[in-house]
Design a protein around this ligand. Sequence first.
Ligand code: DHB
Ligand code: FE
Length: 287
Amino acid sequence: MAEIIWGLATSHVPSIGAAMDNQKTADDYWKPLFDGYAPAREWMAEHKPDVAVVVYNDHANALDMSMIPTFALGTAAHYQVADEGYGPRKVPNVVGAPELSEHLLVNLVDEGFDLTVLQELDVDHGLTVPLSVYTPDPGDAWPCAVVPMLVNVLHYPQPTAQRCLDLGEALGRAIRSFPGDLKVAVFGTGGMSHQLSGERAGLINEEFDRNFLKKIETDPQQLAQISREEYIREAGSEGIEMIMWLIMRGALGDDIRRVHETYHVPASNTAAALALFATDANEREQL
Ligand code: DHB
Ligand code: FE
């Protein structure tokens, strides 16, 4: 059976990708953020999954605002890197895992999560930046296949945090029931507090972020009680992206260990964080 070996929560700020693409990671502005990633990157490089399920949101790049699925799953064999206005990032295209996608789809629909099926999808910074956070120098190919799971965090009403945690728990069950020796990592992307435009542009609520970072490990159920309105009020209009971390967290189950965490302000005009969790299964394997 497949096993989930780790979960990574990470912001997907596009300029983090641009800093890597343009060799700026050692600049004064970026060095502290990338130094914060280093221990997690080292650990993940030693614990390579076969497939990553990447929970993210499209930012009106692949799906325009004429069609907004609350939850969707990619089932393709390949995903091209989206052109977000400046040409696609010069990173490898993404190889899918269609058999796992189909398995997840059936199991999630059977559990009452009716996901939209995306047979074609260009993946934007929401997915490619987290892959770069995991593997800064992929060369010609990313080190694992990818199943994209998309969440509407752009258009009111976004799914509740509780629904995201519940979906994550069902996702975990679905992954673990996949026949075959597959090592799977789950990425929850987006966050932390940010508001990109409007009167409150640049909003940073470090207290809210730090509490979320703590509770995502110890008490995700408490975070699931927070309403979408409160996420937006406290963490900014785009800060609600952090509900996607709860999907990752739900998939991991109870036996987790925090490997590394880092929090940094500013990245663009936002707060950025990374939190890496190992599962018990992974620990047993190391013994
Ligand atoms: C920005 C965009 C994002 O999608 C995000 O999650 C954080 C920051 C930006 O444009 O700066
Ligand atoms: Fe975003």
